[in-house]
Structure formats: structure tokens, C-alpha cells
Design a protein. Structure first.
Length: 588
């Protein structure tokens, strides 16, 4: 029975929608600029530095697969660059020329035009991606960056298409976007895989709980990389190949893998055809969760102890949220964290809780949440629906959890008639905007208290605003709480970035609020130049660089101004408005 369950979990995992990542965001606003963006020399004159090679993740004494990031912010080692594809054996068949995919344009969607990077240097872009801390503090910026990174975009000058795809996929993994990362690496034909892309391919397959995804590259990976040596044995076991037992015996004899890493590999083999293996996983001696352990355990339905999840970064919540091998009840809390990061949508989160509400033997807190969500949609009158939403909002204890609950109730809030309720209008409007329901939210315009958070968010999110706001609008905003001063600064920065203030008002308010929107440094010059040259891809990367903080209150208002104005300049008006409104919702 256990083997049958594991086999079903492994087959389902091939289509898993999960999220993976690395590196906790930096906390201090003074750490905004990465190496290469120091003030002494302009960015335009600085030659981009090549990424430093790193130790192989498969050498002796190094974990078989790089460990997941820890909350202390130590990133996983990055894959080393490679200039040319690794030699592969002669393929058993040749694809016709028309079916081969070009490395000049690589990706998996048409969300952006191909020339998103314009004439930007490939090595320069790789440095930005390599050194970007993720996940990002902004849900909306993360969504926009994800859409760009997964799109079919032109390979910039100075880098190979396969290696550039690897860098994009590596950043997607660190952002929590494992499914899209896998789509990007698989957009390259297997006979064009470089060593760097092969490393990221393994990370993406494990992040999606799909060890079968390793099989297309396993035979060609060579005998010096431990992870791929074990992968060959697993793939043989999955297909019922008689060589599987000999291969795993060789792994054990050569001490390529041992302990839980070997046990999990054998568990995968046991889920294959004609297998009679019964493997017990011993977690007791394990002190660290790695991508290898997560991927194989998830694929085979093996429960991972909670104390191991405590050793990794918050992005792993996304892995758990959508992993089909993990029971629904264990995915609810991680799913909320993933929604706050932008990894999953409001609709997906509602679907999860709907399934929980229909399931039997759910824990009482989850049943209570599912019932409250049902009331938020279907209670008899608007006040009762709003009361149900408030119960959901009030249960959250941390800023991220509170924002996640706003994501959960977004469409329920959009179904409400306009209710005269100054106390809860702030959260109703914020909830709708988490899902981009800007026109629906504008029904509340004129019905909310002037100077409130809801009033400010509606001004920022208005999709039809063409005229400049009145001169005193910034002074009208009267937020409450200990971070009221920072919220006023961010409100001003958002309005200014959206072009809603006159030049005179901008200068006066910038001085009175101490927001130095006119100050320049290497980062501002770089993002301004990318905006002038109409490079939305470069602007999105630089916008993420400018928002390197673990919390919204740590983002300098001047940086928000540059981000919003630059996104507008390259045609990303909707994203600019949502990010400006998100700042109000998430501070305080």
C-alpha cells in the first residue's frame, strides 16, 4: 500500500506546481546597491565584472545538491559560468531543422516582446540577476519580474543562450517560481545544454518534486558529478531497467551517496516498474534540508519533519504550497505565504481552501478558515460577508500573514456592494488591489474617508487618472500608527512617480517630507538610462535591485519613486500603480 501511494505521488509530481528559492532579502536600506553600483564611478563607464566561479556542488566533501537558503541569508552557491555546451554522446535520433529551437531567443511564454533588454550587455544583466536578493518585498514587482524572466526574450550580446536561460531560471528559483524555472530550462534542446544549465536543470527538477525530470540529462552528465550518478540509478529504476540494482550498488560501494540521500533515491526507485523495495527513511540524524532531500521526499510522499523546514528560507513555503505529494492540510499555511510573495494567485488560494472545506477530518483551524471564506462569498447580506472577511483578517498575526489574508479575500471583497464603513474600508480596498481589481475598487472612490489609507490607495491605483492631483493632496493624507511618517513619504513618492504632481508640488513636498527624489547615484543613473532606452527587462531587474529590503518600511521612498516612474516610462503602467498602492497597504 505504501509503495502504491509513493508511486502515485511520483507520477503526479511530474506536473507539480511548486515554488523554490534562496536568500533572505536584505534588511537595511543602505544596502540597496550591489557591487558595481558604488557611487565613485558612473555605471555607464564601469565595465561589468564576470561572475566569479564557484565550487562545484558535486565535488568531494560538498553536499550532493546545494542546500536550500537559510534564514540567515546565506545564499546557495551559484552555478559556474560556461562558454560552450558540454560534449554529449551521439543522439539516437536527429530532430529536423525546423523543430530545433534557436538559442537566440529562449523562453516559455509571450508575455513580453523579445527585445526587452535592448542593447544591454549580457554579462551586466547576469551580474544583476546573480546578485539579486530574493524573494522580493513587493508581490507586484515579483509578478512582473517573473513574467519577464519566463518570456521568450532575445539573448543579449556577450552571453550564450543556454547560459543566459540558466541565469534566468536560477533567479526564478530564488524568487520561488520553480514551475516557471523548469519551463525556461526545458526551452533549450537537450543537445545544447551547458554545464551551468545542467546544474540549474537539476535544481528546477528537484524544486518541482520531479526526479523524473532528471532523466533526459542523466546519461549524458558524466561520472564526476555525484547527483547525476545517483540520478542515473533512479531513472533506471523508474523505467524498470535491470541495471538499476547494479547502479545503486555501485553508488553505495563508491560512497557517492549515503544516509537519507541514498534512502530517498532508493525510495524513488521503489516507485518504479516491477519494484519490490520497501525503504524506510531515517530523518533523525539529518540537520539540514537540501533541494535533493526536499525534491525526492516530496515526489515519494515522505513527510519532512517541521524542524527541517525551520532550517531553510521562507521561499520554501511555495514549494510546500503546491506540491501534490503533501497533504492539503499541510499546504494551507505555506500557500498563504506563497500568495503574499506573488507565487500563487488569489484564485488559487481560494481553490485550496475550498478543497479543504469539502474534505473530511480537517484540523479545526482550517475548517474554521474555510467556513469563514465561504461566508465571505455567500453570506446572506453585505454586512455578514464583511464580518466574515474581518474574522479572516483578524486571525493573522504577522505582516506577511495579514497581507496574505487580503489576497485570500480579494474576489470576495470585489463582490461587495459599496458599504459605508470607514473602519474596514481600508482593508476592503487593499484586498481588491492585491488581485489587481483596480476598476472594481474604484467603485469605492468618493465613498471612503478622505485622507484614509483607502483614499490614498484609490488615488494611486486609479487606471483612468489623467489630470494632476490638486496641490494639497499629499497634505490631506493622514495615516495613523507608528509608521505614519513613512507612509506619507511613500504616498508622495508614488504620486510623483506616477506623474500625478506638478513640478512645483514635487519640489515643495520633496523638501518638506525629506524625500530626495532628485538625488543621483549609480543605480538611479542606470535605471534612468534603461528607461530612456525603452528596456523593460533591464528596468525590472534594476527595480528589484532598488527594492532590496526585507520589509516595505525599509525601502527608501526615493527608490520607490524611481521604480514607479521607470516602470511607467517603459509601458508598465499597471504594475507601477499596483506597486505604489501596495506600499500603502503593506507599511504599518
Amino acid at each position: 500500500m505504501a509503495t502504491s501511494r509513493a508511486r502515485r505521488a511520483l507520477l503526479t509530481a511530474a506536473t507539480a506546481f511548486v515554488a523554490a528559492a534562496a536568500a533572505v532579502a536584505q534588511e537595511r536600506p543602505e544596502s540597496l546597491l550591489p557591487p558595481g553600483f558604488s557611487d565613485p564611478s558612473p555605471a555607464s563607464s564601469a565595465a561589468p565584472r564576470a561572475p566569479a566561479p564557484v565550487a562545484s556542488a558535486t565535488g568531494g566533501g560538498v553536499p550532493m545538491v546545494q542546500p536550500l537558503p537559510t534564514p540567515s541569508g546565506v545564499p546557495s552557491p551559484l552555478p559556474s559560468p560556461s562558454a560552450s555546451p558540454s560534449p554529449l554522446p551521439t543522439p539516437r535520433y536527429e530532430m529536423p531543422a525546423f523543430a530545433r529551437r534557436s538559442l537566440a531567443r529562449v523562453g516559455a511564454s509571450d508575455a513580453f516582446a523579445g527585445d526587452v533588454f535592448g542593447a544591454a550587455s549580457g554579462p551586466y544583466l547576469e551580474i544583476l540577476m546573480r546578485r539579486l536578493s530574493a524573494p522580493l518585498p513587493s508581490r507586484w514587482l515579483s509578478i512582473a519580474l517573473r513574467r519577464m524572466l519566463v518570456a521568450r526574450v532575445d539573448t543579449p550580446a556577450g552571453v550564450g543562450g543556454a547560459d543566459f536561460a540558466a541565469e534566468r531560471a536560477w533567479l526564478l528559483l530564488r524568487m520561488g517560481e520553480a514551475v516557471d524555472a523548469r519551463a525556461v530550462v526545458q526551452a533549450v534542446d537537450t543537445d545544447r545544454i551547458t554545464p551551468k544549465l545542467r546544474q540549474v536543470w537539476m535544481q528546477a527538477a528537484l524544486a518541482t518534486g520531479d526526479p523524473g525530470g532528471l532523466c533526459p540529462l542523466a546519461d549524458a552528465a558524466g561520472n564526476s558529478e555525484r547527483g547525476w550518478i545517483v540520478a542515473r540509478a533512479m531513472c533506471a529504476g523508474l523505467t524498470g531497467n535491470a541495471r538499476s540494482q547494479a547502479l545503486i550498488a555501485d553508488v553505495r560501494r563508491r560512497r557517492v551517496a549515503s544516509g537519507v540521500d541514498l534512502q530517498l533515491a532508493q525510495k524513488v526507485m521503489g516507485a518504479g516498474l516491477n519494484s519490490r523495495q520497501a525503504i524506510t527513511i531515517e530523518w533523525a540524524p539529518v540537520t539540514e534540508l537540501t533541494a535533493w532531500r526536499f525534491g525526492l521526499a516530496t515526489a515519494t510522499g515522505v513527510a519532512i519533519p517541521d524542524d527541517l523546514y525551520a532550517t531553510v528560507g521562507g521561499q520554501v513555503s511555495g514549494w510546500r504550497a503546491l506540491a501534490p505529494g503533501i497533504p492539503l492540510a499541510e499546504r494551507a499555511v505555506p500557500a498563504e505565504a506563497a500568495a503574499a510573495m506573488g507565487v500563487i494567485s488569489s484564485a488559487a488560494l481560494v481553490d485550496l481552501y475550498s478543497a479543504l472545506g469539502d474534505a473530511d477530518d480537517m484540523p479545526a483551524p482550517l475548517t474554521r478558515t474555510a467556513n469563514a471564506l465561504r461566508d465571505a462569498y455567500a453570506a446572506g447580506d453585505a454586512r455578514s460577508r464583511l464580518d466574515a472577511m474581518q474574522r479572516l483578517w483578524d486571525e493573522a498575526e504577522t505582516p506577511a500573514a495579514r497581507y496574505a489574508r487580503l489576497v485570500l479575500t480579494a474576489h470576495a471583497a470585489g463582490r461587495l456592494p459599496v458599504v459605508k464603513d470607514d473602519v474596514r474600508a481600508d482593508r476592503v480596498v487593499a484586498s481588491m488591489l492585491t488581485a489587481g481589481l483596480d476598476r472594481t475598487a474604484m467603485r469605492w472612490s468618493g465613498q471612503v474617508k478622505e485622507g484614509s489609507d483607502a483614499w490614498a490607495m484609490l488615488l494611486l491605483a486609479d487606471p483612468d487618472a489623467v489630470a494632476q492631483a490638486p496641490g494639497g493632496v499629499v497634505g490631506t493624507y493622514a495615516p495613523e500608527g507608528p509608521l505614519a511618517a513613512r507612509k506619507r513619504q511613500l504616498f508622495f513618492a508614488g504620486l510623483a512617480g506616477l506623474g500625478r504632481l506638478s513640478q512645483g508640488d514635487m519640489e515643495a513636498r520633496a523638501s518638506s517630507l525629506d524625500v530626495r527624489i532628485g538625488a543621483e547615484n549609480s543605480w538611479t543613473r542606470a535605471i534612468d538610462r534603461a528607461a530612456r532606452e525603452r528596456q523593460p527587462g533591464t528596468v525590472l531587474l534594476l527595480a528589484a535591485v532598488g527594492m532590496q529590503s526585507g520589509r516595505w518600511s525599509g525601502i527608501p521612498p526615493a527608490a520607490l519613486y524611481r521604480v514607479v516612474s521607470s516602470l511607467r516610462a517603459v509601458g508598465l503602467d499597471g504594475e507601477a500603480r499596483m506597486i505604489a498602492a501596495e506600499a500603502i497597504a503593506r507599511v504599518g
